[in-house]
Each structure stands twice: as structure tokens, then as C-alpha cells.
Write a protein of this length. Structure first.
Length: 694
């Protein structure tokens, strides 16, 4: 169990008394430490499985943890041990507590969980009730605003009067519908533990050990939960694993101060740094270390390769004349070096809008690629429709689901018919049963009601859903649809029924699973990782992944770091994002920037990213022996838009060689030019043998 751990990992595993913070750098084996520590605690009989609370940020991470613990505990009871752990996301664990204590928390036991679409519907009703202009009050923006308020937990935060009015009305409407949103799941548990000392004491007594993965990503509400569970306990056994240098989710409510102030929140804490990196070469780690040292808000650590002699290739930094040349050079490099193994390459971009040029270039070059960040499975319209049908079957009073599917397919029930239903019952399903509709509406109403009238609890969940979708005409609707993607939508529905719903014993269990599915679970291409395709993804989506060769395009001030970060003091998080990007590379990292870039139809000119100048030049290669003047620290970082550069220089110029073809000058030394050619790579050529293109 302990034989494959390095000294720092072993110390983290065997430190089982009191608060512990494990600062785990990129590629240093944090999951191995977490899993081994849990297995060690169980093996040493320090706690029973149900006395361990392990909190993660994705269902996938929780399942992987359980599986690895089961493998590690090779005895016959290993599966029993793993399954009895309280291991899951913050939301799934809090939901488990809420289901057990719903009445004490002020909820009905069968409360619903509303996702983003449901929240938007509730907010639209709220806006209508106060006569607000829906054009001014965009429901999507308000979902984010209210989520941020709830992520702040029970702290006293200033809320504008208008915002508080909408929040109060929104919460009241949720209670009327017997529902909670994701933020509520944690807030209700906070209130429960705060107001019911016996419940708090029960869970404090049960959880002898608390462990948290990706601690740098916790928000205020999640931190308040940890503080409540350890309140009043002398020397609590709480172990948090994270990396302050990889805190890149402040826009999602993550608070880096949670990890920076760990020893303040948990006095007497032990802090262990994992610094041996098993992923990247020395030059890549050297560049990353030298970059992140420019951040003030960090606890400090230096990554080192497991083999100190393995410095590997330097981090390449190349300047291209335009974004077209940038995409062309990257595509050409992949085409020449892949040998059919495209999945070892990744193009990591700061924002999704930068992908288009690579998609076009890769398509033109017949390079297969996988674009990560498209619509997630559980966010697809047809999947949300099916879930709404199932929710209405299980919870007939669910007005939000009723309103979503009553016109999918169309049944002739417009706003006036819905208003009539509301007058005829406490909920819409009761209303459609009581309202007297005539003609086609009456027939449609009867057919709709009948389709839900069957004993779904006594047949398999998959069969129940098939019957429901057939009887309501939903499957027929897509079979007869002329939409170009109708077949794909049908395939997605079949996937949901055959490979997901069929794995559950009851429909309520499936609904719980569907509600807890987070976007994080689908942000990475794990399901198709063996397919040979170049991965194009945002840096955020790449966190936790690794690739042999990583291209890092558009490292330009104004793009990365972006304008907002430069102007509003967000450079430290942008720098952490750059650090994450570099440390995804195992063998080779290539940073590129373009002298000009067409954005929204306008040609703009950006200087190279300041992050390039911040890295130690010993670990970089600018195509020759020294960096070009444009990368020096003294450069002016002001961006000039829609103006040509005023200084003439050879570096970055597009040239043509009669035999070697088209290329870009990346270094000038007297009459010898170092040129990155499109077809043959980097070559040194005498100036007299090339012509300069306009």
C-alpha cells in the first residue's frame, strides 16, 4: 500500500492526527495520496468506512476514488468498505443529509431539485409578477447573480434592495413548487446544522475524518460547511488537498483565501508540500516555476522532475505574422510529427472563440480533432425534455416540468389554456384534469392525461420511460421531424434510456443522479480518450489532463492575459491559468503569438504576453540562442488596435525561399536568419537566399 510513495507523499498519508493541508503541485500525485490515505486509515482501523467523509467536486472523481480504494484494499471486504464511505461531491453529500432531515430543514421529504432551465422559468414568473421588463431582466444573468449570492453562504453580504426583492420572491416560488436549487442544497444544510445542535453533533460524531479534494476550488458556503462540521472539536482530523497555484475558478465563486488561510481557520495545522512532478520535463517545470513566482498570493513551492537530469526540450516561443500563420504552423507541425497518433497533441486556448481558426485549418489539413466544450449531454434539449417528462410522471405537481413539455410536441395549449389550467387546480396537472376543454384541445388533454396514468413503479425504469415517451408522442415527434439533427437527438435519447436509466432501480434514483450531474463531469474528453484526434480545448477544461505536446496559442497581452484582467487587477489568476497550461505538457510545450490578429472582422495588433518575459530565459527557446528584443521585460505592454507596428524589424517577417518554401523569421544574427518554415521546420538560412513577402 505504501511502497510506491515518495517521502513527501508518505508523510502526507501517515499524518492522521489533526488538521492537515497538502499543497499538491501539478502532476505530483494528489489523487494517489488521497486514496492511499483513506485506505491507510481503514487498514489501521482508525475509522470505519462510514466515519470517513471524502468531498470532491465531480461525481467522476468520487467514483474513481471509490474504485481505487476498493482495488487497494484487496481483502474480500474491499467493496463493502468502498461503498460505505461517505464519498461524493459537496452537493451529493449535502443532499443525502437533507433527504434524511428534510422536515427538520423546513422542506418536504420529496422536494425537487431545479437546474438552470427550471430556475430561468421560475425567474420569468417572478419578473412577470412584478411587471419587470423581461428584456431588461435576462433570466440567465439573474440565475448567475442569485447563484453567486447563495455561494457566498450565510455571510452578511450587501445586496441591493431590488436584488433582495427578486431573491425573496424567487425563493418563495421555489418553496411553493416544493423545490430547491443547487445553492439551496448547501444553504439548507448550513441552516440545519446551525439551528439543530443534535443533528450537528450526530454528524460531528460520525465523521472522524474529513477529506477534501481540490480545496482551492471551494467557495464560501462550502468552507462554512467544513467549519461547522469541525466547530468545537479540538484538533479536528480534516485533511484538505489542493494547489493555490491552480486556483482558476474565481468566476465560479471559488475563494483562494480558503487555502491561503487554512492554518488561520484550523490552528495548529500541518502543511506538507508535494513538489516531485511525475509528468513534465525539467525545462517545462522551470518555466512554470519562474512564471508563478511573480504571484504574491501564494504559499510557495517549486516543482521538480522525478528525474532531475531530464531537462528535456526547452519551451519554444514563436512569433507569427498573423493568426492564420499561427494556425497553419501548428497544423503543419502536427501533420508532420503525429505518425497517426493525434491524441498526444492538444491546443489549449484562453477562450472558446479562438478555436475557429484551428477548426478550419485542421479540417483543411485533414487532421482529426475533438473540440471540448460543446453542449454537454445533460444540457441537450432532448435530454432535458425527457427528464422533464420523467419528473412530471414521478411528481405530478411539478409545474415547471409540465410547462416545459406540454407543447413538446405541440398539443394546442397556448398561454390562455395554461391560464385556464391554473384556475382549475393547485397545480397544472390537476388543472388540465379539471378544466373543460372541447374539440381538439379536449382530445389532446385526455390523451396527455392517459399517457401518465400507469403503474410506473412496478415496471423497470427503462420500460417506464419508453412507454411514457411513446404514449405522449415524444418519440414520434422526433421520428417525423425534418430537422437535420433529429437522428442524433433520437440517438441521445436511446443512449439515456439504454445506458443510463437502465442502471437504476427506480426512477427517483435516476432523477437524483440527473440533478447532480455537473458540467465539470463532462468538460473533459475522457469518454473518447482513445480516439485519435487533436484536443482543442480551453485551459480551464484542460485542468487535470496531460498531453505529450501542448500548443499554447495567442499568448498576447489583451488576449492572454485578457484586457479585463489587465485593467481590473486580475493578473494573478491569469498567471495561474498560464501555469496550469504549461504544466499540462509532458514532453513539449510550444507558445505562439501573432503580430496581428483578425477579431470580429477587425485586424488588431497585440504585443507578446507579459508572461513570456516573466519566465526565466534559461528554460526557453526563441528559435535560436537568445530571445528577440520584443520579449524583453522593458517592453511597452500597451495594445494598439487597427494600427500597423511602427518599428521595422526582420523578426516576425514572412519570407519565401525558392526550395524551402514559406516561413517566418524567428531570429536574426548578422546575415544569418533563423526561419520557421511551414513544410520543413526551423532552418538557418543566409538572408540573400530569401525574399520578404508583403
Amino acid at each position: 500500500m505504501l511502497q510506491n510513495l515518495n517521502p513527501e507523499q508518505l508523510t502526507a498519508v501517515e499524518t492522521t492526527n489533526g488538521p492537515l493541508l497538502v499543497l499538491s503541485g501539478a502532476g505530483t500525485g494528489k489523487t494517489r495520496v488521497l486514496v492511499t490515505r483513506i485506505a491507510y486509515i481503514l487498514d489501521q482501523k482508525l475509522a470505519m468506512p462510514w466515519q470517513i467523509l471524502a468531498l470532491t467536486f465531480t461525481n467522476k472523481a468520487a467514483n474513481e476514488m471509490k474504485n481505487r480504494i476498493a482495488e487497494m484494499l484487496s481483502e474480500n471486504d474491499s467493496r463493502f468498505y468502498a461503498n460505505d464511505l461517505w464519498c461524493g461531491t459537496f452537493h451529493s453529500i449535502c443532499l443525502r443529509i437533507l433527504r434524511t432531515n428534510a422536515v427538520r430543514a423546513g422542506l418536504k421529504p420529496d422536494f425537487l431539485i431545479f437546474g438552470e432551465d427550471d430556475q430561468k422559468s421560475v425567474l420569468k414568473n417572478v419578473f412577470a409578477s412584478i411587471g419587470a421588463d423581461t428584456k431588461e431582466f435576462a433570466s440567465g444573468e439573474w440565475v448567475e447573480k442569485l447563484s453567486n449570492i447563495k455561494d457566498a453562504g450565510r455571510n452578511n453580504i450587501d445586496i441591493a434592495p431590488r436584488t433582495k426583492q427578486i431573491l425573496d420572491l424567487y425563493n418563495a416560488e421555489l418553496r411553493r413548487l416544493n423545490a430547491v436549487d443547487f445553492g439551496d442544497i448547501i444553504l439548507f444544510v448550513l441552516d440545519l446544522l446551525q439551528n439543530a445542535p443534535d443533528v450537528l453533533e450526530k454528524y460531528q460524531h460520525q465523521f472522524k475524518y474529513i477529506m477534501v479534494d481540490e480545496f482551492q476550488d471551494t467557495n464560501n458556503a462550502q468552507m462554512q460547511l467544513l467549519q461547522l462540521l469541525t466547530r468545537g472539536i479540538s484538533n479536528p482530523n480534516i485533511c484538505c488537498v489542493g494547489d493555490d497555484d491552480q486556483s482558476i475558478y474565481s468566476w465560479r465563486g471559488a475563494e483562494i483565501k480558503n487555502i491561503l488561510e487554512f492554518d488561520k481557520n484550523f490552528p495548529g495545522a500541518t502543511i506538507i508540500r508535494l513538489e516531485t512532478n511525475y509528468r513534465s520535463t525539467g525545462n517545462i517545470l522551470g518555466a512554470a516555476n519562474s512564471l508563478i513566482k511573480h504571484n504574491n498570493g501564494r504559499m510557495g513551492k517549486d516543482l521538480r522532475p522525478v528525474n532531475n537530469e531530464n531537462m528535456g526540450e526547452p519551451v519554444y516561443v514563436l512569433t507569427l505574422p498573423s493568426n492564420y500563420d499561427e494556425a497553419n504552423l501548428i497544423a503543419d507541425t502536427i501533420a508532420r510529427q503525429s505518425n497517426g497518433n493525434f491524441s498526444k497533441f492538444a491546443v489549449l486556448i484562453r477562450t472558446g472563440s479562438l478555436s475557429r481558426q484551428f477548426e478550419e485549418e485542421f479540417t483543411k489539413s485533414k487532421i482529426p480533432y475533438r473540440l471540448v466544450g460543446t453542449t454537454k449531454f445533460y444540457d441537450r434539449m432532448e435530454i432535458r425534455d425527457v427528464i422533464a417528462y420523467i419528473r412530471l410522471l414521478v411528481h405530478p405537481s411539478d409545474d415547471i416540468s409540465f410547462a416545459r413539455i406540454i407543447q413538446r410536441p405541440r398539443r394546442g395549449f397556448g398561454p390562455s389554456a395554461i391560464a385556464k389550467m391554473r384556475l382549475c387546480g393547485a397545480d397544472l396537472m390537476t388543472g388540465i384534469k379539471n378544466a373543460k376543454f372541447g374539440g381538439k384541445q379536449g382530445i389532446a388533454a385526455n390523451d396527455f392525461i392517459k399517457s401518465f396514468d400507469f403503474d410506473w413503479a412496478n415496471i423497470t425504469p427503462a420500460d417506464a420511460v419508453k412507454k411514457l415517451l411513446d404514449d405522449t408522442g415524444y418519440m414520434k415527434f422526433w421520428h417525423e421531424s425534418k430537422d437535420s439533427d433529429a437522428e442524433e437527438r433520437l440517438a441521445n435519447i436511446r443512449e439515456l434510456i439504454t445506458n443510463v436509466i437502465s442502471g437504476y432501480q427506480t426512477l427517483p434514483e435516476f432523477l437524483e443522479h440527473a440533478a447532480l450531474m455537473t458540467t465539470d463531469d463532462n468538460d473533459t474528453p475522457d469518454g473518447d480518450r482513445n480516439a485519435q484526434a487533436v484536443n482543442i480545448m480551453t485551459i480551464h477544461a484542460a485542468k487535470g489532463l496531460e498531453f505529450d505536446t501542448v500548443f499554447l496559442p495567442a499568448w498576447e497581452d489583451g488576449i492572454f492575459p485578457n484586457d479585463k484582467a489587465i485593467k481590473e487587477g486580475g493578473l494573478e489568476e491569469e498567471r495561474r491559468l498560464a501555469y496550469v497550461a504549461l504544466t499540462r505538457a509532458k514532453r513539449r510545450a510550444i507558445i505562439t503569438n501573432a503580430m496581428s490578429r483578425v477579431i470580429f472582422g477587425s485586424r488588431q495588433y497585440y504585443p507578446p504576453a507579459r508572461f513570456i518575459a516573466e519566465m526565466d530565459g534559461r528554460f526557453l527557446d526563441f528559435g535560436g540562442r537568445r530571445p528577440s528584443p520584443q520579449y524583453e521585460q522593458k517592453q511597452n505592454y500597451n495594445r494598439h488596435t487597427s494600427q500597423k507596428p511602427t518599428t521595422e524589424r526582420i523578426v516576425g517577417k514572412l519570407v519565401i525561399h525558392q526550395e524551402l518554401g514559406r516561413g517566418v523569421v524567428i531570429e536574426e544574427h548578422d546575415d544569418i536568419l533563423t526561419i520557421a518554415f511551414t513544410k520543413v521546420g526551423i532552418k538557418k538560412v543566409a538572408r540573400k537566399f530569401v525574399t520578404f513577402a508583403d
